[in-house]
Ligand binder design. Structure first.
Ligand code: ZN
Ligand code: ZN
Ligand code: ZN
Length: 378
């Protein structure tokens, strides 16, 4: 896991407030102990980002009682102390850290309802099971729900990252990035350089898919040479100061034939309708349905075979998911993508993606660069 591009460390008060809210949520949900290991839940609560080592790092948060970060002794020096938020419990090479976690969990109370962070090595959970024989396990939804709702500083960070990829998309649409005669891989490398040049610390992906390759939504940029008279799909993003960007724009290398222009008009209408549908209180699945209804009515329903979007924040894909079956109502601060696509296998594909933040005043786009299928000849 890359710890570059981590958020600026916050003052201790921010983590103290998040820890307090997590405990309130634990209380509300009847969780006795929260256990967080890898991934972004831990830095969200503590400011400490654990490397994905075979040595266990785990934050033990009893509902009542001191939180302790169980950490390999050799890693302890990297922890910035957050007095009043958690204490550091280093373990030596000859100790069993899973036994330490179980002991801390039991010392503070019943340890029957245990919430476990998504990103925990299976081996540590398997070793923990017999040590807490009365425990019932659930996912750490308490942190998921907190992370889903972005505060003003987080929205500002998403906006800055969004503006950076907008600038790159504008360069693409202006013909400032040479395309024809280059390989997808070369253009992907070019986009990656621009992602860093525009202020991100980390490149997360730079999908470049030409012609029929664009029909594969997660196509990996290949040695295929980009030619005239084909569509080019670029979906790229990175992490800037801890928060992710993610945008998709397509350009056409020449004048699009009627078949592609017509499909793109439908895609654009669907993306626009779904984007403005994301008002506070609207279920996530309704945003998905809004895009899907338009695409289906135009006869392309079978060719839009993925969800409409995903949440975004510290991670490129996180809750809330914009998908049928997710009845969660959008709340102010929810950040998510709206990215319908139409994919004709063997022929062409297209997707149009922006990040939006739900606010009391309506959905706020983090990406505002031209939505058209711009014709270029470079
Ligand atoms: Zn994307
Ligand atoms: Zn996306
Ligand atoms: Zn539009």
């Amino acid at each position: 896991m890359n710890t570059a591009g981590a958020p600026e460390p916050h003052p201790t008060a921010v983590y103290a407030e998040r820890m307090e809210r997590a405990r309130q949520q634990m209380e509300a949900e009847g969780i006795d102990v929260l256990l967080l290991s890898l991934g972004l839940d831990l830095p969200y609560i503590t400011g400490y980002h654990a490397m994905p080592l075979e040595r266990l790092t785990m934050l033990v948060v009893p509902r009542d009682g001191e939180a302790r970060l169980v950490i390999p002794r050799m890693e302890a020096a990297r922890v910035v102390p957050q007095p009043g938020v958690f204490q550091v419990h280093p373990w030596g090479e000859m100790e069993n850290p899973v036994e330490i976690v179980a002991g801390l969990a039991k010392a503070a109370g019943p340890a029957e309802a245990v919430a476990m962070g998504d990103q925990t090595w299976a081996r540590f959970l398997i070793e923990l099971l017999p040590l807490l024989p009365n425990a019932r396990y659930s996912r750490a939804d308490v942190v998921t729900s907190m992370r889903m709702t972005k505060d003003a500083a987080e929205i500002a960070a998403l906006r800055a990252a969004g503006a950076a990829v907008d600038r790159i998309a504008a360069q693409l649409q202006a013909g400032e990035i040479p395309l024809i005669g280059r390989t997808e891989a070369a253009v992907s490398a070019d986009l990656s350089e621009r992602i860093i040049a525009e202020g991100h610390q980390v490149v997360n992906f730079a999908i470049v898919a030409a012609g029929p390759n664009a029909a594969s939504p997660h196509h990996s940029a290949s040695e295929r040479v980009i030619g005239r008279d084909e569509i080019l799909l670029c979906d790229f993003g990175g992490t800037m100061n801890g928060y992710c960007s993610d945008i998709t724009r397509c350009v056409y290398l020449g004048t699009p034939p009627a078949e592609i222009a017509e499909a793109y008009a439908v895609l654009h209408e669907a993306q626009h309708a779904a984007a403005i549908a994301g008002t506070v209180g609207t279920p996530c699945e309704e945003v998905d349905r809004t895009a899907r209804r338009i695409i289906t009515a135009a006869g392309y329903g079978d060719y839009f075979f993925h969800r409409t979007g995903h949440g975004i924040g510290l991670e490129g894909h996180e809750d809330p998911y914009i998908v049928e079956g997710n009845s969660l109502p959008l709340a102010a601060g929810h950040a998510y993508s709206v990215e319908p696509g139409i994919y004709m296998e063997g022929k062409w594909g297209m997707r149009l993606e922006d990040i939006l933040v739900a606010t009391a005043d309506g959905p706020l786009p983090m990406n505002v660069v031209n939505h058209d299928l711009v014709s270029i000849d470079v």
